[in-house]
Design a protein around this ligand. Structure first.
Ligand SMILES: *[C@@H]1O[C@H](CO)[C@@H](O)[C@H](O)[C@H]1NC(C)=O
Ligand SMILES: *[C@@H]1O[C@H](CO)[C@@H](O)[C@H](O)[C@H]1NC(C)=O
Ligand SMILES: *[C@@H]1O[C@H](CO)[C@@H](O)[C@H](O)[C@H]1NC(C)=O
Ligand SMILES: *[C@@H]1O[C@H](CO)[C@@H](O)[C@H](O)[C@H]1NC(C)=O
Length: 383
């Protein structure tokens, strides 16, 4: 898991230092302390290796590891001390490579191995800068993206927050993408404000979702010097979205229904998200259980459509009855749509012979009148 980032900016000063030390016509026997590695990136819990070795004839005296520099520097390792989390990687006397186990964010910093020469009474460091520094950078944790506490309908502004922590140094870049396209966002907030062993970041983006976002994805991308590749956190916008159904009630046959005919009312609740919805039928405001079980289908765009039908006989008592379809979606207040049943009473008239004769007579009279008009229009004009 541990990736060692070598060849970073930090290794350059080390290289220069070693070259300068090597120049003044000295043989291979000249003592040198080599700390060849650049920046090391670790996540909490990993075990980074910090290299240090010596060449040539070293003077008598210990090699010690310090974190930081100046009077506040911290002794990290020496052979005669007890350092539970730090061990020598190699017990050859020329190799002072150490391993730090169970790393924590506060381990981030600059480590230096220093050679001491036994002096009178106390050991003295051998020449300043013989060891060169390397930083242990702490990797940010995988970003976590959170959305609104409850679903929002299209057009309502909602905010999303991306957080990560445990990183050092402080500089970090947070970018947001919606379906791969970058979103404009304000600067992220990095805490604490003051100098610290590790930092956390929080970035917020405001969005107004649309009904088409059921299949959309939000990505929070984090870039940091301790990372070889950006870290990504994703959020499916469907978790934050509620698209209410559009209700339509129709009847088959449509329009005026003849008495005793059977008529089917159909209710479609279209394009809703999430899935949970139910349809009930009411006849003049009274719930009826005549409705057929609803049929749910998933649309290609990720929304759902629910359909239910109700078959009734067009009795005379039912004329002008209102058939209402009521939809309850995602525990929201119900929405409803209605259709009126208009039962035509004409069948009784049509069944009387007098009416048929009357109709026939009327047609004949109209025909005769039209013929008369036609003939009159074509009569030759007399001189
Ligand atoms: C660091 O030291 C270890 C153990 O001595 C060695 O295996 C490794 O190759 C060294 N790495 C570098 C970058 O010198
Ligand atoms: C999704 O598809 C359904 C059915 O095809 C349609 O009714 C609805 O309007 C569509 N929604 C969007 C947002 O395009
Ligand atoms: C309608 O049906 C009922 C019973 O099914 C029947 O008694 C009545 O005569 C029918 N009416 C017409 C106009 O067909
Ligand atoms: C609704 O049902 C109740 C009892 O089931 C009944 O008394 C009432 O007349 C009905 N109302 C309508 C409008 O059908």
């Amino acid at each position: 898991m541990a990736t060692l980032t070598t060849g970073s900016g930090l290794s350059l000063p080390c290289l220069v230092l070693l070259l300068l030390l090597g120049i003044p016509g000295v043989g291979a026997q000249e003592f040198q302390l080599l700390q060849p590695q650049g920046a090391v990136s670790v996540s909490a819990g990993e075990t980074p290796t910090l290299n240090c070795s010596q060449t040539g004839n070293p003077p008598a005296g210990p090699v010690k590891w310090f974190k930081g520099s100046g009077p506040t520097r911290l002794l990290v390792y020496e052979d005669k001390g007890s350092f539970p989390r730090v061990t020598r990687a190699d017990d050859r006397n020329t190799d002072f490579t150490i391993r730090i186990s169970d790393t924590r964010p506060e381990d981030a910093g600059t480590y230096r191995c220093v050679k001491f020469k036994k002096g009178l009474g106390a050991s003295l460091p051998v020449g300043p800068g013989l060891g060169c520094s390397q930083a242990v950078a702490a990797r940010p944790s995988a970003p976590s993206v959170s959305g609104p506490p409850s679903r929002a309908e299209p057009g309502t502004p909602v905010t999303f927050t991306c957080t990560s922590g445990g990183f050092s140094p402080r500089d970090i870049t947070v970018t947001w993408l919606k379906n791969g396209a970058p979103l404009p966002v304000p600067q992220p907030r990095v805490l604490p404000e003051h100098e610290s062993v590790s930092y956390s970041v929080s970035s917020t983006v405001g969005l107004s979702l649309s009904a088409g976002d059921v299949r959309s994805q939000l990505t929070c991308q984090i870039e940091h010097s301790a990372l070889a590749a950006p870290l990504l956190g994703t959020y499916d916008l469907s978790h934050a979205l509620r698209v209410p159904p559009r209700l339509r009630v129709g009847s088959d046959p449509a329009g005026c229904i003849t008495r005793n005919e059977s008529v089917t009312f159909t209710c479609r609740a279209e394009g809703f998200y999430p899935q949970g919805a139910s349809l009930t039928w009411l006849e003049n405001g009274n719930e009826t259980d005549l409705g057929k079980p609803s049929r749910l289908t998933e649309n290609p765009n990720g929304t759902f459509t629910l359909q239910s039908s109700l078959e009734v006989r067009a009795t005379e008592q039912r004329s002008q009855s209102a058939f209402t379809c009521r939809a309850v979606h995602d525990s929201q207040p119900p929405v409803s749509a209605s259709a009126m049943l208009r039962v035509s009473l004409t069948p009784t008239l049509f069944s009387s012979p007098a009416l048929w004769i009357g109709l026939l007579l009327e047609k004949m009279l109209t025909g005769a009148f039209l013929l008369f008009l036609f003939l009159r229009g074509h009569r030759p004009v007399l001189p």
